[in-house]
Each structure stands twice: as structure tokens, then as C-alpha cells.
Design a protein around this ligand. Structure first.
Ligand SMILES: C[S@@+](CC[C@H](N)C(=O)[O-])C[C@H]1O[C@@H](n2cnc3c(N)ncnc32)[C@H](O)[C@@H]1O
Length: 274
């Protein structure tokens, strides 16, 4: 039996088969049902942002960092852009060449001209001539380690109106917390990250806090929610940022104060504010 009631109207069954979300005979298995549910859940957040961009100009540019197999990009394109010629372009950025090639072939096979896939790291893409000077929407879905931070730096440089981030574990902050632990122990709050497992978990959590402050320090309004429907994933924090040119002074000071309090001053460059 096909289970098309779980598939959004307008979604190409052929695409879902190509992405191996549906089997050749149109079935969803446990894993692919979860993947589809996740991407649809995110789509609910992203679709209104695309529409909001289109109020300003008809052609939306979206960059998806750490695209992997580009489930998100393809499903977005299929649902939003495919039947509206000239409505936008999606760029997938991915370091694994074989995934980039597969996505390029699939976009060609499906006749999705508004999709490009670039074999670049997020950091490299920031200065690549292959991408436009400005980008409307930046997404990064479980982009590994500091790739989310690079995606934020990319979006800031490209003056993105929106960012949709679901961070993965970030090890860099935990490493610095660990390195400076002895010095920090006079602060009773250092108990929060004294034990190694706490160092890792707190490092990961405070990273997202610092990211949010960084975004606010650049004039963005930030919303953080749990990505429900993502219950099988440990990493389910969804950060949505919208550029509103908000006052920057307070979050900038706050970010510097948090870095100082935690012995993370050397991370100032990572969480740059100007
Ligand atoms: C966990 S997967 C997530 C894939 C996809 N976003 C998803 O949610 O299905 C992370 C992907 O990011 C890619 N990646 C990791 N670091 C990267 C970097 N610095 N620049 C570009 N891609 C990167 C990996 O090769 C991998 O395909």
C-alpha cells in the first residue's frame, strides 16, 4: 500500500523515490518516514520566510550549508520553487564530492534548473565567486561542528534576511573550557562544566547561547525553539534569526561578559560582533 497521505500535496512522488525516501513501489520505511517528517516540519518554518522575502523581490536566494544528500533543498525546491519559474535559486554547499555530484545529477534528471551544488566548505563558499553577493535565506541543518558558525559568518557577510539553523555538536568551545578549567575553578559556577561529560554538554549548550548573542549583536531577532517531530535526534534545537537592524550594544556587551565569565575570551574571534 502506498502511504501518500503522509506526503504533502504538490510533492513529487518521483523525487521522493529518487531521494530513497519512498521505495520503488511507493512505500515509506521507518527511517525515511522520520526523515520526511523532519523536513516537512522544517518546511513549516521556512515557507513563510520565503514568502516574506518575495514581498520585497520575486527571486529568493537560499543557501543550504552542509547539504549532505540535499533532502531539504530538493524538497523545498519541489514544494515552493518548481512551479513558480523565476522564483528563486537554491545553492547546496557540501564538502563531500560524491554527494555534490549525485545532487547535481539528480537536479538535472528532474529538470530543476534553479538548483546548484558546490563542492566547497562553508568557509570557502563565503568568498567564492560562484555565489551571489547577497543571499536571502541561509539554512544549516546538522552541519558538523563549527560549520554552523561558518554558516553564521557566511550569512552575516551575505546580509541574509533569515537564518534557519539546527546545530550539530560543537567541540571547539568545550575544548577551550577544558583547557582553561583549572583557571576557572575559583568561580563556583565552573562546577557546571567541571566533570568531563558536563564540559561536553555545557560546551555544546553555551555554544548555541553565544551564537544567539552574536546574531543579536548583528541586529537580528532570534527565536530558539525545539524542533518537535525531531524526537529521534539528540540535536533538536532550532534557531531562527531575522534581520531587523535591532540595537546592537547590549547583546555585544553581554556576549563579551559571558565569554569573560567562562574563561572563553580567546573565542572572541569565533563569535565576532563587528
Ligand atoms: C550530518 S550531515 C547533515 C546533512 C543534511 N544537512 C541533513 O540534515 O540531512 C552534515 C553534512 O555536512 C557536511 N559538512 C561538514 N562540515 C562541512 C563544512 N565545513 N563545509 C561544508 N560541508 C560540511 C558533511 O559532509 C555532511 O554531509
Amino acid at each position: 500500500m502506498t502511504e501518500h497521505h503522509e506526503i504533502k500535496p504538490g510533492q513529487s512522488v518521483e523525487l521522493l523515490k529518487e531521494l530513497h525516501i519512498l521505495t520503488r513501489d511507493g512505500k515509506l520505511n521507518q527511517d525515511s518516514r522520520r526523515k520526511l517528517k523532519q523536513v516537512y516540519h522544517l518546511y513549516q518554518f521556512i515557507e513563510p520566510l520565503l514568502k516574506e522575502v518575495q514581498v520585497e523581490h520575486p527571486e529568493v536566494t537560499l543557501v543550504d550549508h552542509g547539504a549532505g544528500k540535499s533532502y531539504l533543498g530538493f524538497i523545498l525546491y519541489d514544494l515552493f520553487f518548481k512551479d513558480r519559474p523565476g522564483s528563486g535559486h537554491i545553492y547546496g554547499i557540501e564538502t563531500r564530492d560524491e554527494l555534490v555530484k549525485k545532487s547535481q545529477e539528480l537536479a538535472q534528471r528532474l529538470s530543476f534548473p534553479g538548483m546548484s551544488f558546490l563542492n566547497l566548505s562553508v568557509a570557502e563558499s563565503t568568498n567564492s565567486d560562484l555565489l551571489p553577493e547577497t543571499i536571502d535565506v541561509v539554512t544549516a541543518l546538522h552541519a558538523c561542528n563549527t560549520a554552523t558558525d561558518d554558516a553564521i559568518a557566511f550569512a552575516l557577510k551575505k546580509k541574509a534576511k533569515f537564518m534557519v539553523l539546527v546545530p550539530c555538536c560543537q567541540a571547539e568551545v568545550a575544548t577551550v573550557l577544558r583547557k582553561n578549567k583549572a583557571k576557572s575553578l575559583k568561580n563556583p559556577l565552573a562546577e557546571i562544566w567541571r566533570h568531563p561529560i558536563h564540559t561536553r554538554e555545557f560546551g555544546s549548550q553555551i555554544t548555541n547561547v553565544l551564537r544567539c548573542l552574536q546574531l543579536e549583536a548583528h541586529g537580528y531577532q532570534v527565536t530558539v525553539t525545539e524542533l518537535v517531530g525531531w524526537e529521534h535526534s539528540m540535536k533538536n534545537e532550532l534557531i531562527i534569526a531575522q534581520y531587523k537592524n535591532l540595537p546592537r550594544r547590549k547583546p555585544t556587551e553581554r556576549l563579551a561578559a559571558v565569554l569573560a565569565e567562562l574563561g572563553l575570551e580567546e573565542m572572541q574571534e569565533r563569535f565576532f560582533t563587528v
